[in-house]
Design a protein around this ligand. Structure first.
Ligand SMILES: Cc1cc2nc3c(=O)[nH]c(=O)nc-3n(C[C@H](O)[C@H](O)[C@H](O)COP(=O)(O)OP(=O)(O)OC[C@H]3O[C@@H](n4cnc5c(N)ncnc54)[C@H](O)[C@@H]3O)c2cc1C
Ligand SMILES: *[C@@H]1O[C@H](CO)[C@@H](O)[C@H](O)[C@H]1NC(C)=O
Ligand SMILES: *[C@@H]1O[C@H](CO)[C@@H](O)[C@H](O)[C@H]1NC(C)=O
Ligand SMILES: *[C@@H]1O[C@H](CO)[C@@H](O)[C@H](O)[C@H]1NC(C)=O
Ligand SMILES: *[C@@H]1O[C@H](CO)[C@@H](O)[C@H](O)[C@H]1NC(C)=O
Length: 522
């Protein structure tokens, strides 16, 4: 409730800054028609329209909370979404967007100014079907909902590593999970997608009937349809071991050595997973933050995972707990950060703007002869951001090193393959997530140019590193959609780009998804 009031205050304050809504006549007509077709499920702006305001605040990035749709539809079923899509087809100039959890920070992906927003708020949670041994997962809400709903049945599904993250978008972007070394990408475990296609028909996409489409759904974001239900293979789960540790910079060498070993050899024990974050904060101070996960009540005593635990942490809290508890505690500090930031808008703290964050992705090879690579990348980011981080306008920049061992591709292929093109012959790689946080909207372009400087630098360095190591320069390094910035041409990095582009065009000939909504495009 406190969170709600906080969000509402923010909404009213931010609302004052945003421009007066000016939907086109066609948009107003479309909204009216949708409202008549789905009474009680469509919200429109107005003074004291509390539920509408509440919906506009359901975004991770505070930047997105100033955007006002002409109307917000809260569907209860695939049929409701089909009704909306059919009406949208009658109004070809009307823009729209689909939002599940609202964690994609890119403007215009899950947001639409003066258009129709389809919000999955009322399609949330999961149920276990013991007869089929599958879970039905709804796109709205967060992973906390899904994991919590399934836990009493002793099962879970591969999904987000921080419980507060959204469900629908993560599954359409492939999805990195703590269970990926056992189950592949989160999307590899989806076997049916209840999907509203561009023509308004509801199709239960599955590999038997639609092999190409089923592969396309694993990593193509919003481009093939609006998914209202996922059928997922389950993974038996009991107590797990995990949590995060923060380290002093004096431990850098040992930590990067442990990371280097884990990327190549972590698959010796697929129950183990890490997220390794190198942080650079105001003034250029660096720390490492590592999230640990082990699919069992006690962590192993030796091996690549255990090697981390001989390195002393400043603050270190992994423990044996329920999976739902681990995901919740991984996510809650991040939520608090966000709430505090929202609060700052209405507080006397000098920064009068919310904290802005942007992300950018990059995939790099594992190079056995280059254990210094992680420190080189972190140091380059530190150098690039130094002038900004000496001001009080920037809070932190970070790079996450997320192992993508060849094992993931083996599992992906065995489960039918995905759009990202992960296969059994893949090398070991890492997915980088580069993130920054700053306080002024006027710094947006500058801050963004800094993360771009790092990826431009990597464009030059990675081929050199490969050559120096005697490895092929044209290694397959697809971008990871879930961590990507809006201007990164993610799908062009996919090996089957042409095939999926043609498939997209064939199921969406009038460009409903490719032309009238935002998001990554083929
Ligand atoms: C704190 C944090 C932690 C994260 N951790 C992870 C992680 O562990 N693993 C990982 O893989 N990713 C992670 N991510 C990235 C995350 O997967 C993406 O941000 C993802 O888009 C979130 O899903 P969502 O439902 O919130 O998407 P939204 O922001 O709601 O939507 C994202 C895109 O998908 C489209 N979309 C959403 N729902 C549907 C639907 N039902 N049908 C069709 N299109 C739809 C939207 O139109 C939009 O283009 C993390 C992000 C954050 C902020
Ligand atoms: C839009 O609707 C308003 C009010 O109904 C009307 O006055 C205006 O002429 C319309 N504009 C267009 C371009 O049709
Ligand atoms: C949809 O969800 C919202 C938020 O949880 C709730 O207030 C509303 O009553 C729900 N609508 C319906 C029709 O159930
Ligand atoms: C960072 O900058 C310092 C000082 O200019 C320089 O000595 C160092 O080589 C730079 N590091 C990298 C990784 O470029
Ligand atoms: C709608 O599109 C889907 C996917 O292309 C197709 O399978 C279906 O037959 C189409 N339905 C109609 C009524 O045209």
């Amino acid at each position: 409730m406190q969170h709600f009031i906080c969000s509402l205050l923010t909404a009213l304050l931010l609302g004052a800054q945003s421009t007066t809504a000016a939907p086109t006549n066609e948009t107003s007509q479309a909204c009216t028609e949708i409202k008549n077709a789905l009474p009680g499920r469509v919200l429109t702006p107005g003074l004291l329209e509390v539920e509408y305001e509440y919906e506009t605040q359901q975004y991770w990035s505070t930047t997105l909370r100033t955007i006002d749709p002409a109307c917000i539809v809260q569907p209860e079923s695939a049929t409701d979404v089909a009704t909306v899509v059919k009406i949208l087809n009658k109004y070809p100039t009307v823009k729209f967007a689909t939002r599940s959890g609202g964690h994609d920070p890119n403007v215009g992906h899950a947001t639409v100014q003066d258009g129709v927003l389809i919000a999955m708020t009322n399609l949330t949670g999961a149920t276990y079907d013991a007869a089929r041994n599958v879970a039905y997962v709804l796109p709205g809400g967060e992973w906390n909902d899904v994991i919590g709903d399934l836990e009493p049945s002793g099962v879970t599904v591969a999904g987000g590593r921080l419980g507060l993250v959204g469900v629908g978008g993560l599954l359409l972007g492939g999805g990195l999970s703590f269970l990926s070394a056992q189950e592949g990408m989160a999307a590899d475990n989806i076997i049916e997608w209840e999907t509203v296609m561009a023509n308004g028909s509801v199709v239960n996409v599955n590999a038997a009937e639609h092999p190409d489409l089923a592969q396309a759904m694993r990593g193509s974001g919003s481009q093939f349809g609006i998914v209202t239900k996922y059928t997922a293979k389950v993974h038996a789960i009991g107590d797990v071991w995990g949590g995060s540790c923060v380290y002093d910079a004096t431990e850098d060498n040992k930590l990067y050595a442990a990371l280097h070993n884990f990327v190549a050899n972590g698959d010796e024990d697929p129950k183990a997973a890490i997220i390794f974050t190198s942080l650079i904060v105001t003034g250029g101070v660096t720390t490492n933050l590592v999230y640990y996960f082990y699919d069992g009540p006690t962590r192993p005593a030796s091996g690549p995972f255990a090697d981390f635990f001989s390195i002393p942490g400043l603050v270190c809290a992994p423990t044996t707990q329920k999976y739902s508890e681990l995901l919740r505690s991984n996510g809650e500090p991040v939520r608090l950060l966000n709430a505090r930031v929202s609060f700052r808008v209405s507080s006397p703290i000098p920064s009068s703007h919310p904290l802005l964050t942007k992300r950018k992705t990059y995939t790099i090879p594992y190079i056995s002869t280059r254990p210094q690579m992680y420190a080189e990348i972190r140091n380059e980011l530190a150098n690039i951001t130094a002038p900004f981080l000496t001001t009080l306008r920037a809070t932190q920049f970070s790079v996450d090193f997320q192992p993508l061992p060849s094992l993931f591709g083996r599992i992906s292929q065995s489960k039918g393959g995905n759009a990202i093109g992960l296969t059994a012959s893949d090398p070991d790689r890492l997915i980088l997530e580069i993130q920054g946080a700053w306080s002024l909207a006027s710094d947006d372009a500058y801050a963004y140019s800094l993360t771009k400087q790092l990826t431009d630098w990597l464009d030059v360095q990675v081929p050199l590193w490969l050559e120096e190591a005697g490895m092929s320069r044209d290694m397959y390094l697809p971008f990871f959609i879930n961590d990507a910035a809006g201007d990164q041409d993610v799908f062009k990095t996919y090996r089957d780009y042409d095939k999926f582009k043609a498939l997209q065009k064939s199921v969406d000939p009038n460009g409903l998804f490719s032309g009238r909504a935002g998001g990554f495009k083929y």
